[in-house]
Design a protein around this ligand. Structure first.
Ligand SMILES: [Zn+2]
Length: 427
């Protein structure tokens, strides 16, 4: 840290730091810090915690974890602990939904970095990194009452902000969506008790209320498990192949590995029927969306939203732990530790052992070329497809011809730097 930054840090030192509550988001912690140090403005509080920045919109303030740890004398733990405990990153990474983070070697490309000068506005904004979205955050009225009576001030919970979470897993109450008035929301820090906060319930109970409620609580608990799971790293491709495998064992894949559309739709609608009129699920269960989902699953393409992934996991595996078990088993099968001849596309089981010899040779070659690629990417976080092609032309050509889908996931098409709203692929 340069002398100017040290001087700045000393000038901006915040005298009071609040205790962090369980499951509290980083944004919420910053908002309460601002409350405890009443004389400063919202922007000054952010600048004191994350370093000087030209960004004035509070939601977009770049999160510099290194600076934050120094400014708070490490009272909230290390940078890794903060990412794990106070941000939405573990959730999105577990589902393979962090933008530019589809590599199997653990998403090193999208680790939150201290902002560099040229992209100071770009990396990870405070609201996105904390809540996964810029506006319309959710809170549980029962949690809020408890917090007001215990601490005087409520706070934002990470679990309440997760996709497909419309109920509080602790109280079973419908969450309420709160957003500040449009005219003022960009320049302020908000907590769920702000008098001007516009609040509205997110889920409407219908006549099948009890069943609906059970499913919503189950989904909320599933989201919570994904968030706090100790191992958080999945590639988008791995998530889909695991889901496809489970569909295969239920007889919902054809011999060619496509989805049996009619049976699949019937099952999904039977399982999630009670959610058909609850706003976000109504769209997801609509014909257009389900057709897209069938296509994605048939051709191992990325699934559009986190909510759809969660619904599939809830239906096919029941819990996140069971999903992880199947995912890891799948990985072992593919990397050859137990059975080297398992096809990656997870065709039906009866299909697996046909033409064993050519498959074995093909799988061994594919694994060798994939390993070359993974090893290459591990050495350089921002490696490009061209660089890989120059360094390992044989592996590159082989993968391009025979394993293009996997290769594309390692080197996603270059797109303009994602806007703050798009840091996570889809909430
Ligand atoms: Zn609650």
């Amino acid at each position: 840290m340069g002398p100017w930054l040290i001087l700045w840090q000393n000038l901006m030192k915040l005298p009071n730091l609040p205790l962090r509550h369980p499951d509290e988001t980083l944004y919420s912690l910053v908002a309460r810090t601002r409350l405890m140090n009443g004389t400063q403005s919202d922007w000054e509080t952010c600048a004191a915690l994350f370093g000087p920045t030209p960004v004035r919109r509070i939601a977009d303030i770049p999160v510099n974890f290194t600076y934050f740890c120094e400014a708070t004398d490490g009272v909230y733990g290390s940078r890794a602990a903060l990412v794990r405990d106070a941000t939405a990153i573990p959730f999105f990474r577990s589902l393979g939904r962090l933008a530019r983070d589809d590599s199997p070697n653990g998403g090193q490309r999208c680790q939150p970095q201290p902002p560099r000068n040229k992209d100071v506005q770009k990396p990870c904004g405070l609201a996105i990194i904390s809540h996964g979205g810029i506006h319309n955050w959710r809170f549980c009225p029962a949690c809020r009452e408890e917090e007001i009576s215990a601490h005087g001030v409520p706070y934002w919970h990470r679990q309440h902000q997760l996709p497909a979470t419309l109920k509080c897993a602790k109280h079973g109450r419908n969450l309420v969506e709160g957003h500040p008035p449009k005219s003022t929301r960009d320049g302020r820090l908000w907590l769920p008790d702000a008098p001007t906060l516009v609040a509205q319930p997110v889920a409407v109970e219908n006549e099948k209320g009890l069943t609906q409620s059970t499913i919503l609580i189950r989904l909320a608990q599933l989201s919570g498990s994904v968030l706090v799971a100790p191992s958080w790293s999945s590639s988008a491709g791995r998530v889909i192949t695991t889901i496809r495998h489970a569909l295969g064992t239920r007889g919902l894949l054809t011999a060619a590995g496509r989805i049996r559309r009619d049976d699949f739709l019937l099952e999904v609608r039977r399982w999630f029927g009670p959610l058909a009129r609850v706003p976000p699920f109504a769209t997801l269960l609509g014909t257009t969306n389900l057709e897209q989902l069938v296509q994605a699953l048939s051709y191992t393409r990325p699934i559009r939203t986190c909510s759809e992934i969660l619904m599939l996991i809830d239906w096919l595996f029941g819990s996140w732990d069971t999903f992880l078990f199947h995912r890891d088993w799948q990985e072992v099968m593919e990397t050859g530790t137990i059975g080297a001849n398992a096809p990656a596309g997870c065709a039906t089981v009866g299909h697996r052992n046909r033409r064993r010899q050519p498959e074995q040779t093909f799988d061994a070659a594919r694994q060798a070329h994939r390993n070359t690629c993974v090893a290459f990417c591990r050495g350089q976080a921002d490696a490009s497809r061209t660089q890989f092609g120059r360094a390992h032309p044989k592996s590159y050509q082989w993968l391009r011809r025979n394993d293009a889908e996997w290769l594309n996931m390692q080197f996603p098409a270059r797109v303009p730097q994602p806007r703050q709203e798009q840091l996570f692929v889809e909430r």
